[in-house]
Write a protein that binds this ligand. Structure first.
Ligand code: DCP
Ligand code: MG
Ligand code: MG
Length: 366
């Protein structure tokens, strides 16, 4: 059983920058006429007029109960007359996100993009006053160049920075200095620890642990016997504000796309045609990142929403669409021979990535 206790890396300060109501704020920028009205950005599955889920909502919409993840049909029941429903335009949000991320990169060599709208930055050799000043500059720069507000949390590690960023949303800036960590954490519940989901929270509750103070009282061995050695240790440390996970750019392990079919089907030609339409986009992401892949997967989500996958690993790495088109029909054939249910959504995924070699950069020739 693992009994190693982590210690925080001294001398580092972590910032977590999270854009406020991101997709909806992007929409407010190109549609200023929607400002002040409830706005819900939705992903429509295309099955019926209102099937799908709300991606996010601005704060006016949240006040009337519309939130990320709820079905569009449920949101429609809550609306006021001036509520705006919009179809998500992921390409537009991605473009805004990429521009914001490149601004953030100017503030530190160590940055980790954690999602489309948030990133960790690590600062070294700076005081908390200096970190706060940098956070103000970041907010100002994002506001001036993109017109967006964000919320920033500052702390001694990623856990504290992330939790601090949620304190004063929107347009927040919250600093939790090392000496304030205890007071900060003890005012929270175990479920507020970023990384504790509903399942862990209810297991803790069954153990009689409802507060962070009670979590701290639980022996490491007990937490590890219930949650396993790594999650148990993580809980033990997190309740004490300890988190030594590094700020580092995550390496991508796969590229993929999924679509919902117009109707459930097992028709081979339809499946090949729909899957083929996903190929160019996946391939262009791979090529843009100068990657190659060896494994191709066909993903089918069946009527009962269970997910099934067929994989094929090629002899040589490739970044070529033709190689995908050549293998797809075989993957679909073996998928159809193994599963008898109708298919509701399909996707393709490439993985087993490696960097594309042999592409010399200009500098290499000098
Ligand atoms: N998102 C989504 N579906 C979810 C949650 C989020 O599509 N269930 C998308 C839309 C969000 C974006 O990811 O705009 C960023 O997620 P956040 O959790 O940061 O939420 P927001 O930025 O929308 O709101 P907040 O102001 O709380 O950060
Ligand atoms: Mg956000
Ligand atoms: Mg976010």
């Amino acid at each position: 059983m693992c009994t190693h206790l982590l210690t925080d890396v001294e001398d580092r300060i972590v910032l977590l920058i999270d854009l406020d109501y991101f997709y909806a704020q992007c929409e407010e920028i190109r549609h200023p006429e929607f400002r002040g009205r409830p706005v819900a950005v939705c992903i429509y599955s295309g099955r019926t007029e209102n099937s799908g889920a709300v991606s996010t909502a601005n704060y006016e919409a949240r006040r009337i109960g519309i939130r990320s993840g709820i079905p569009i049909i449920a949101a429609r029941r809550m609306v006021t007359q001036d509520t705006v429903f919009l179809k998500a335009d992921l390409d537009y949000y991605d473009a805004v996100s990429m521009r914001v991320m490149s601004l953030l990169r100017m503030f530190s060599q160590k940055m980790e993009q954690a999602s489309v709208d948030e990133a960790y930055l690590e600062l070294r050799g700076k005081s908390y006053e200096e970190a706060e000043e940098i956070a103000r500059q970041i907010k100002e720069l994002i506001r001036k160049s993109e017109g967006l507000t964000c919320s920033i949390g500052i702390g001694k590690n990623k856990l504290i920075a992330k939790m601090a960023s949620g304190v004063n949303k929107p347009d927040g800036l919250t600093v939790v200095r090392p000496e304030e960590v205890d007071t900060f954490l003890l005012s929270k519940k175990p479920g507020d620890l970023y990384g504790v989901g509903k399942v862990t929270e209810s297991k803790l509750s069954e153990m009689g642990i409802e507060t962070i103070a009670q979590l701290r009282d639980a022996p490491l061995s007990r937490l590890q016997s219930v949650f396993g050695s790594s999650m148990g240790l993580w809980l033990y440390n997190a309740s004490r504000g300890i988190d030594d996970s590094p700020v580092e750019e995550r390496k991508r392990e796969q590229y993929g796309r999924i679509v919902t079919l117009k109707e459930n089907t097992r028709d081979r030609d339809t499946l090949i045609q729909e899957a083929s339409r996903l190929v160019p986009e996946v391939i262009s992401m791979v090529q843009e990142d100068r990657q190659q892949f060896r494994t191709l997967s066909f993903i089918g989500i069946l009527e009962d929403l269970s997910i099934r996958t067929k994989n094929r690993t090629l002899n040589e790495p490739t970044d070529n669409a033709q190689d995908v088109y050549a293998v797809l029909p075989q993957l679909i054939d073996s998928f159809l021979s193994e599963h008898t249910a109708l298919i509701r959504r399909i996707g393709i995924k490439v993985s087993n990535l490696s960097e594309k070699k042999g592409q010399k950069k200009l500098l290499d020739f000098s």
